[in-house]
Design a protein around this ligand. Structure first.
Ligand code: BMA
Length: 816
């Protein structure tokens, strides 16, 4: 098959405007106007407001292309759009070809009848998404979240582009993925479906490759080539006599694919080649990983489990929820996604949930997850609303689902298909009218049609109707003991962090806490006068109602009043990091009963105050450094109460771990009051309390404001990690001036920072003027005169580093 990339040499203009711009796809209207200085950066100050006006207009994209004799001679010529955003009419030489209403679909149309020898013109008219949803909403008023433009759910376009509680209202228009012209004769591959059946002992896998042809074959020879991670090749070749043929390859002693932290991400490749008369007429290649993944959802002593079993092992899933990486889609890139996935692995993630209010990410997102061992929880793109249920809408979404399932099903990383985000919960608990027709159509779409699509096209992947859910049918979707849960009482419900400890969810797929991005990020969208969290511009970049009030409420509960704007931003990040740590450590101490924690949210789509742990510019907030620690495969954690503390080891690995833990009860100068040590052995995939300490003799009303407990973990005699807890709110603890200092040493492949404190301090933040540096740790606690060594790999440092380029602060500096 001949594939001609059609991304180049397009023109764009407003339908009622004669100014034309020449562009290369993928491209969007906002981005084009921005690049041509027609508008200013929509992420700066309140420029977002201009976007809604732009999105009220229609735009025309067109391209001229030449058709020669050799092209027109093909029996079949089609045009393939991998992504049109969204309401569009496509024509060729002024003849109507098709209409589109779904950015999540891939469209291919036969265009041979419209082509002429010589010059041709392909036109795409994009219609205002705002006008579209306005009309539809007037006809069929539907309920959804209030932070998005009303009626957003009528259009199969990323919901969050219409605004979300972390996203701007920039409902852009464009052609957001590649366009290709396809020309072929005789036959081609229409789909390849790879299935794998593992023997019980995991020493043999039957890889079956189902090849479907577009037309009844006539003299077609099909070859299926399997290449192992080490380059060993196996091939089956035969004449294909039917449209569908299955090829079976037995792999003995397979090299299994493992999620991050459990082994290699070994990938096999499968190549399917079609030949006619000895000539290759089409081919397709897919990378697969040999592994088993299923979700065990069975009755047990607590309710009904929800655990991912991978290669036979029930593994605790650690990670976060992923939203679109940018509201302006042409700004997406493989490099950005790669950094995000690498940063996820660096924080010990093994799962990312692709949340249902955005779009289905690019192929490279899944390829990177395959390569880095991140299991993907894949929502279908539905979130927080009631959907129209007319036949056209239904046909459209079923087509979308089958396209996406076929695109993604072979990926090693794909762990689960999930019908939607919070639709079942919303319809049950958010006070919406419980209309019978809405509830019936919900069941039809999410519990029948999408389930059927997965059963037909990807029967080896588990389907879950909604997140959260207890299995469906509006049967107590928030049940803490069944299925997955979104827990928001800390944050939305303003409960204290300790409230996490009241629950032993089976799988917590969402819980979160907001923070402000760092000052460097705030500076990108503000002028100095804006730098007050209640200024109009800062509020423009805060999309959650009452969120600033919530941050201040939790601040008042936990910390002293910050001395300035910068420190307020810093303290908000400490609150966020502490909150999420409270939840995760608790659930990981209950490993076995709880089997997953995915915090809300990993990333941002523009610079904003939000629940993210990595901001729009890729800067790690305190939470991301905390995630690296609280998701460590071997977690040392302390469950403290007023005068008691239990020290736990959680072992997520497949090997038993032994070592010893030393603990010290110390005062604020780090003088030791009491100490002890104990040996431990923790079995694979278990958590265990190694010590239950009672300090009722030592901790009293007088001492509790300057006493802390520190625990240090040694595995097989070597230092592994350290943690500390205090027995009162940080705002009441008497922190002395830690007189933080730093020494920089230039080592062969890295810089080493040696950070010292002269009194106990918490949340030591290292900032450098040398840009964003990959620090081995940040936001850590320090005991007096026990310096910490931090490594900075030289990969991202352009200049040499010295002490003057390092800025340190800690909890003491919130008000000093
Ligand atoms: C969750 C998500 C999002 C939302 C977030 C923060 O429940 O599913 O819809 O952005 O809460 O409120």
């Amino acid at each position: 098959m001949k594939k001609i990339n059609f991304n180049n040499e397009w023109f764009v203009r407003g339908v009622n405007n004669s100014t034309k711009y020449s562009v290369t796809l993928p491209e969007s209207v906002m981005n084009i106007l921005l690049e041509n200085n027609e508008i200013s950066d929509p992420y700066y100050r309140d420029n977002e407001d201009q976007a809604l006006e732009i999105a009220k207009n229609d735009y025309k994209f067109w391209k001229k292309f030449n058709v020669d004799q050799s092209l027109i001679e093909h029996e079949n010529i089609s045009i393939c759009f991998h992504g049109i955003d969204t309401v569009a009419e496509v024509s060729i030489n002024d003849q109507f070809v098709a209409k589109t209403e779904n950015m999540h679909r891939v469209y291919e149309w036969d265009i041979k009848p419209y082509l002429e020898l010589g010059e041709n013109e392909l036109q795409v008219t994009l219609y205002s998404p705002l006008n579209y949803i306005k009309e539809k909403q007037a006809d069929d008023p539907l309920i959804g979240v209030h932070h998005a433009v009303e009626g957003f759910q009528h259009l199969r376009k990323s919901h969050s582009m219409f605004g979300w509680d972390w996203g701007p209202k920039i409902p852009d228009l464009g052609i957001w993925r590649d366009v290709e012209l396809l020309a072929w004769n005789e036959n081609r591959i229409s789909r390849v479906h790879v299935k794998q059946d593992h023997s019980d002992t995991q020493d043999q896998v039957n890889v079956s490759v189902e090849v479907d042809l577009e037309k009844e074959p006539d003299g077609i020879e099909t070859a299926v080539l399997l290449t192992s991670p080490k380059g060993k090749k196996r091939e089956i070749i035969c004449m294909q006599t039917d449209k569908r043929k299955s090829f079976s390859l037995i792999v003995d002693n397979p090299t299994l694919w493992w999620p991050a932290g459990y082994g290699e991400q070994s990938l096999y490749s499968i190549e399917v080649i079609l030949k006619k008369d000895g000539k290759v007429i089409d081919k397709q290649t897919k990378q697969i990983g040999l592994r088993t993944i299923y979700v065990r959802h069975e009755k047990d002593q607590w309710g009904k489990s929800f655990e991912f079993v991978i290669n036979g092992y029930p593994l605790f899933m650690k990670g976060a929820n992923y939203i679109p990486e940018d509201n302006l889609l042409p700004r997406l890139s493989k490099q950005r996604t790669e950094r995000l996935i690498e940063d996820s692995v660096a924080a010990n993630f093994n799962m990312i949930r692709v949340w249902g209010g955005g779009h289905y990410p690019e192929d490279y997102f899944y390829e990177l997850c395959d390569q880095h061992g991140i299991i993907v929880w894949q929502d279908f793109m539905f979130a927080c609303s009631v959907y129209p249920m007319n036949d056209d809408f239904k046909k459209n979404v079923i087509q979308e689902a089958s396209t996406q399932i076929k695109r993604l099903r072979h990926h090693a990383c794909l762990g689960i298909w999930c019908g939607n985000n919070e639709v079942e919960e919303a319809m049950e608990y958010w006070g919406w009218p419980k209309r019978e027709d809405w509830r019936e159509s919900y069941i039809e779409l999410f519990e029948r049609d999408l389930r059927d699509q997965v059963a037909i096209h990807d029967p080896q992947t588990f389907y879950w109707p909604s997140s959260p859910s207890s299995g469906g049918s509006f049967d107590n979707p928030k049940d803490p003991n069944v299925g997955d849960v979104h827990y928001w009482d800390v944050w939305h419900g303003q409960k204290p962090f300790t409230d996490y400890r009241n629950y032993h969810f089976r799988f917590c797929s969402e819980f979160g806490f907001q923070s402000f991005p760092s000052l460097k990020t705030v500076e990108t969208f503000t002028v100095p006068e804006d730098r007050n969290i209640f200024s109009r511009i800062m509020e423009k970049h805060q999309k959650n109602d009452d969120a600033n009030g919530k941050i201040l409420y939790y601040l008042s509960e936990n910390f002293l009043y910050p001395k300035n704007f910068d420190t307020l931003l810093y303290t908000s990040q400490l609150l966020q990091a502490e909150a999420i740590k409270y939840g995760v450590e608790h659930w990981r101490r209950n490993l076995g009963r709880c089997m997953g924690a995915l915090y809300w949210q990993l990333n941002d789509c523009w610079p904003v105050a939000s629940w993210s742990s990595i901001d729009y510019f890729g800067r790690w907030k305190a939470l991301h450094y905390y995630a690296k620690k609280f998701y460590d495969p071997i977690l040392l954690s302390i469950e403290e109460s007023e005068k008691e503390a239990s020290i736990y080891i959680t072992n997520d690995t497949l090997k038993s771990k032994s070592g010893h833990v030393e603990w010290k009860l110390r005062n604020n100068k780090s003088e030791v009051i009491e100490e002890g040590a104990m040996n431990f052995k923790v079995d694979p995939l278990t958590a265990k309390a190694c010590a239950n300490l009672n300090f009722s003799e030592t901790i009293n009303e007088m001492t509790k404001y300057h006493t802390y407990l520190e625990a240090t973990l040694y595995i097989d005699g070597s230092y592994y990690s350290q943690t500390s807890v205090i027995f009162c709110k940080p705002k009441h603890f008497v922190f002395l001036d830690p007189k933080l200092s730093v020494k920089v040493e230039d080592k062969a492949d890295h810089f080493e920072l040696i950070i010292n404190a002269e009194a106990y301090t918490k949340y030591v933040e290292i900032e450098t003027t040398a840009g964003e540096l990959p620090l081995s740790d940040n936001y850590f606690d320090l005991s007096a005169n026990e310096p910490k060594h931090i490594k900075i790999s030289k990969e991202r440092v352009n200049e040499s580093l010295n002490e003057n380029m390092i800025k340190l602060k800690s909890v003491y500096h919130i008000n000093h």
